[in-house]
Write a protein that binds this ligand. Sequence first.
Ligand SMILES: [Mg+2]
Length: 363
Amino acid sequence: MDDPIGSHLIVKLETDDGLVGWGETPPTPTWGGAHMKYYGETARTANDMIEDYFASIVEGQSPLDIGPIHDEMDSVAKGHPYAKAAIDIALHDLAGKRVDEPVHDLLGGSYRDRIPVAHSLGIMDNDRAVAEAEQAVEEGVETIKVKAGLDAERDVDLIRRLRETLGPDIAIRVDANEGYELPSEAARITRQMEEYDIAYMEQPVDDTRQMAKVAENVEKPIMADEGAWTPQDILDLDRHDAAEIFSLYVTKPGGLHRAKEVGVVAEAVGMRCDIGGSIEMGVGNAANLHLGAAVPIAGMASVSPVNVRAEDYDDQVAGIYYEDDIVAESFTLEGPDVLVPEGPGLGVEVDEEKLEQYSIDQH
Ligand SMILES: [Mg+2]
């Protein structure tokens, strides 16, 4: 199986009575917490773990028994949350279809029916980044997320130019992806960016105690992403005063069921979150949106893709990261928001011809 970086694994589960559930996971080998606490996965490792360990657990079970299935998966294999998340999402899709309710209702009900989209600017030269941000704002988004952490001068200059170009009403957030070497350097850069009214600084350094040193020397909130995978991580961040906010994923804790648990713990210690991810296609993004609907503290703008099919793509940029998608219907940006799907299960159908067209291997 070819396994180029960036491959997403798609899981299809079927029940005896003919229901079909879909899951997606976007593993990355270089993605994990500080000090190798978590480690990378790939589409190939996720596929192997599912075939060798998890598929036999799911077989013959009711899709409604999601918690016990998680416990069984955890008992046969530690870690591998991205592989477990693909199974978990497909189970939720099946469970929702079984009871004819959307996934967010399985997760406790809906706190919101739309998620504000933060448009993410990848690492690119500053001229291009400013132009892309301008277009995204013209198309409706009210939050721009800036990937930084490479070069202090470049990063601060980009924030200054974005603020001058976009005006005072657009939220600008910064994600350093652990890119600054020292807490003192990260704090100095964050304070310079605060002059241009950034909303917060995300994961400026890797280690929790180092994050705390940044947090105590800046005004704006520090967000944890690479350091926030599990309920225990949330308690650790809180214990060290390392972050006030964090990025909740479906995948990092191992699926929707576990992500909901992270949300409960974070709410108990007074944290807030967005819904993050790794630019999922429509199946994984639908799961993200249902989680965002069902977690009360997840009201922040989120890097939720706007998944469009090639037939509907028209040079727009806001929330667009791919020029085609495997879902049967495109998602749309409504004002600054993407809507949470409403049908049973994930509320999206997979276009199996597109899935085959883009597959690099089939099982
Ligand atoms: Mg991040």
